[in-house]
Design a protein around this ligand. Structure first.
Ligand code: UTP
Length: 494
């Protein structure tokens, strides 16, 4: 994009987006610069394409992109395509019929990759966290039951512990947004990177997209700022390329990226069996699934479509399909729920980030209340959705991946996100799930801890990830602990 003001302004006028500069002559020089700098980030041709496809009258529902491949259209895809959909196959856990020897082989392969330094952790932390309503980067939200460790501290300690276990400190990539980048950076500095080598913690910003009104006109947030928002977790793939993170990985001999979200402290971000499955199957993108708890559970569904693995959002899968059961077992047919935990091959990320015909991730539309300005430039807080944000979703990369793989995991070991302030997926449910996990580890290793029928312990306990961050590491530390501690209220193992 050219930097001369007149060139930028003329380009916007030619694209029918001249309203962005409606107040330009009335704002001071610094404000003009701010507006021009926002404008320079925008790919007007991309916005025109999105307007033509996602804002067309026939495409009022969010787009789903499960049908790429030969002969398919490049991004964006206008409508949900449910043709020839069937439930996806997955590798079941040994206790559910999986082959224990295969799982053991996968774990060994994953451990070898970790020892060889081929794996890095990747957290997407650029979301706005509106549902939680917390004022600050979500990763700085305190979550653990006793010590109130923040999400970032939990992940940092897990990553540090895994590095020690495998004799190779891991690199950790964290995607931030324009809005939370500085606060995130300050947070890590203030906490001395939680004992990690700062040279191995890499923060980078994700891209932004402008919001448009319902007629496709780019909205102003103020007279000197365009209404811009993060481009979705799917934006992480191109941000990894643009930021130089992929080059760094190449230099460090990293070819395998373990992707997880900032809001899920239970996640086994470094899971040798998962890594091993991915590597042994030569998969370019692997995913964990949990069996859905009930038909209407709000998770994406792993499905097959024309031989390709796809993820269909819960809002896009018709209720009749969600409710379908297998006559032989009585289980839901579309059972495989996506929990946003993936392993990605770095060459695959580069390919997707480069885009090109039939390879780019589609954008989805989300209708939102977008604060803007009125004709006089005064702030306007809409009561109902007045515009559209465009976002990419990382799971839309799945259909492009060779040998895409899904493995089963236990919900209790991997998934308890903090999404809402109260109720489902809230700090309270997450705290209880952590307590259950700590109690389970203790009981499995012989501690006589009383729990209720849901597995919740009668006392509050906390296990530092540096003591144990998964079943194996906990068992090893517990074995060495002599004498064993008394199981009393506020027991903290570190
Ligand atoms: P969510 O879909 O839960 O969105 O993100 P959110 O923005 O965090 O929260 P709400 O919907 O406003 O309440 C899932 C994960 O994807 C990351 C989030 O930080 C979280 O880890 N994410 C989401 C990004 O990194 N960038 C985005 O643009 C969107």
């Amino acid at each position: 994009m050219a930097t001369k003001p007149t060139t930028i302004i003329e380009a916007f006028q030619r694209a029918g987006q001249g309203q962005v500069f409606a107040f330009y002559s009335r704002i001071d020089a610094a404000a003009q610069q701010r507006l021009l700098s926002d404008a320079a980030e925008i790919d007007l041709a991309e916005i025109a394409r999105l307007n033509a496809t996602l804002l067309a009258p026939s495409s009022s529902s969010p787009g789903l992109g499960p049908s790429p491949g030969p002969g398919s259209s490049p991004s964006p895809t206008p409508a949900v395509n449910l043709d020839a959909l069937t439930p996806a196959p997955y590798e079941p856990l040994p206790e559910n019929g999986g082959n224990p020897a295969d799982w053991a082989r996968a774990k060994t392969a994953g451990e070898a990759a970790l020892r060889a330094g081929r794996v890095a952790a990747f957290t997407v932390a650029g979301g706005q966290g509106t549902r939680l309503g917390y004022n600050g980067p979500k990763g700085t939200y305190p979550v653990t039951p006793l010590k109130q460790k923040t999400l970032f501290q939990v992940f940092a300690e897990k990553i540090r512990a895994a590095g020690l276990r495998y004799g190779r400190p891991l690199h950790w990539f964290i995607m931030t947004s324009h809005a939370n980048h500085d606060a995130t950076e300050t947070f890590f500095k203030t906490h001395a990177h939680f004992g990690l080598d700062p040279a191995r913690v890499h923060l980078f910003r994700q891209g932004r997209m402008p919001a448009v009104d319902l007629n496709g006109k780019i909205l102003l947030e103020t007279t000197d700022h365009i209404a811009m928002s993060p481009d979705g977790h799917g934006g992480s793939l191109r941000a990894l390329a643009r930021s130089g993170a992929l080059d760094l990985m190449d230099r460090e001999g990293i070819d395998t990226l373990s992707y997880f979200q900032v809001d899920n402290p239970l996640v086994r971000g470094i899971d040798p069996a998962f890594i091993g499955w991915h590597l042994l199957r030569h998969s370019e993108m692997s995913s964990k699934m949990i069996p859905k708890a009930y038909a209407a559970e709000k998770v994406g569904h792993f499905c097959l479509q024309n031989g390709r693995l796809v993820v269909v959002e819960y809002s896009d899968l018709p209720k009749a399909l969600q409710d379908e059961t297998d006559p032989a077992t009585g289980r839901l047919r579309y059972i495989a729920g996506s929990i946003a935990i993936h392993i990605l091959d770095t060459k695959f990320i580069r390919r997707i980030a480069a885009g090109g015909a039939g390879l780019a991730l589609p954008f989805h539309r989300a209708d939102k209340k977008i604060p803007t300005v009125d004709a006089a430039g005064a702030p306007l807080k809409p009561e109902k959705p007045n515009g559209v944000k465009f976002e990419m979703f990382v799971f839309d990369a799945v259909p492009f991946a060779k040998n895409a793989l899904v493995i089963e995991t236990r919900r209790a070991d991997d998934f308890s996100p903090v999404k809402n302030a109260e109720g489902l997926d809230s700090p309270q449910t997450c705290r209880e799930d952590q307590l259950r996990q700590f109690a389970r580890w203790l009981k499995t290793n012989g501690a006589a801890l009383a729990t209720d029928t849901t597995g919740l312990p009668s006392i509050a306990v906390e296990v530092s990830p540096l003591f144990g961050y998964d079943e194996d590491s906990f068992a090893d530390s517990w074995k060495k602990l002599n004498p064993k501690p008394a199981l009393t209220e506020r027991l903290y193992l570190e």
